[in-house]
Design a protein around this ligand. Sequence first.
Ligand code: NAD
Length: 466
Amino acid sequence: MTFTTKFQSTASTSRPKLSVIGLGKLGAPMVAVFAHKGFEVLGLDTNRDFVKALNEGRAPVQEPGLQELIDQNRERIAATQDFHEAVHQTDVTFIIVPTPSGKDCFFTNRYVVDAIQRVGTALRGKTGYHLVVVTSTVMPGSTDGEIREALENASGRSVGPKLGLCYNPEFIALGSVVRDMLHPDMILIGESDPKAGQILEDIYKSSTESNPEIHRMNCVNAELTKISVNTFVTTKISYANMISELCDHLPGADAHVVNRAVGADSRVGNKYLKSAVGYGGPCFPRDNKAFAALGRSLGARCDLAEATDLINDHQLVRMMTAVETHLTEGGTVAVLGLSYKPHTGVVEASHGVLLAERLANAGYDVVVYDPLASNNAKAILASSVDFAASAEAAVHRADVVVVMTPSPEYAAIDGEEFMQGNRQRVVIDPWNVISLESAAFAKQHIVPGVSPVIAATVNPRRRLAA
Ligand SMILES: NC(=O)c1ccc[n+]([C@@H]2O[C@H](COP(=O)([O-])OP(=O)(O)OC[C@H]3O[C@@H](n4cnc5c(N)ncnc54)[C@H](O)[C@@H]3O)[C@@H](O)[C@H]2O)c1
């Protein structure tokens, strides 16, 4: 069923019709959220399977709430591989394709430019107004530079009265993309002109439920704002981890207590001010590095971003030291959590995977578990580690257990599991998700001569319970 056929009966609607180029982790939820808010949406991807999935009513990617929204709004969703159809059947085209980081830490625009050129070529045969929106994360200067040039060359039109161009990144976290798109704090719009920005503002006013602040500006300001937000958030994470390491060396100090209190000051704020492991994922590490690289390339000092990155890398060293201190020769270490955060299978730059890899390379016996990320992690860790079928099975095998993500599944592990086989185990739980004060633990601790669990903080010298 083509988009035209599918939507013929609703063609009279006054709302702009939307196309979304790229049906991946962000694009697919974007299609579903816009459709849920009453927009007719045509998705496009070079991946035939994703297009087929969407046309059959299946979510092309896994994301909480995505399948439900597709189920509820199928009559407003279609997908194609035909750029001509996407451009001619819709009024606004969002581009949300990958922008992988290069060796210089700059994001590369080749997929965006490829998509833009195809959109531009299709525009040659269209007479009316069209708005092109770049949603992919791009380096400052890209939209009004390389991207605009590619669009104008391919379409034969200048950006202006008949062709709008905006930069409009999303502030979402994997695992809550649908919720985040419906409830953003802020909508960021870089616009070629007021008409283009207004069309986009109106779309978001009717597709969000949180009455977000809308910030409209030129494209370079929006591009810089996007990476600056993530750079600030990563700074908070590294700051909290810096306090954590300090606490490890300061008798009586507890980083969780200190960070909570520091964050209670409204000038600081509690969000993301939490010490645990280093940050990972497809955005934080690379946005921070890109920010620093941009500064270097311009001759501007971005020491804070570089320090944030250094502190983040150091978290892996701290975890490795903690494990090595407690692991006796021939012992086994269990790594719980391979994704970069709970509720997602994404393992990009995940400290769980990096730690497991480092431990295996150092010759330790490593068993790992993750509820969603095992398949993705297998591509990296291969046979260097054992993949357990459950968190409990991993714990049973281990002498040292490391909790790398605050997954509710680990919080739910029964205390008795850590005593299985009457073995002494060390639990390294930087997230504080495992209840070491649980009844089961306390009971075991008072059994004379049995000390089955020693809980350690990241710092090997500090033991919470023994
Ligand atoms: N994933 C995140 O958490 C996140 C958060 C904020 C911003 N972003 C940014 O959003 C952009 C997309 O990220 P993603 O995670 O959705 O990527 P993704 O890899 O999950 O999906 C991208 C999709 O684009 C398709 N594609 C590639 N080239 C294409 C082309 N020329 N025409 C049509 N389709 C094409 C791919 O087949 C793929 O399905 C990136 O710039 C990323 O930095 C991602």
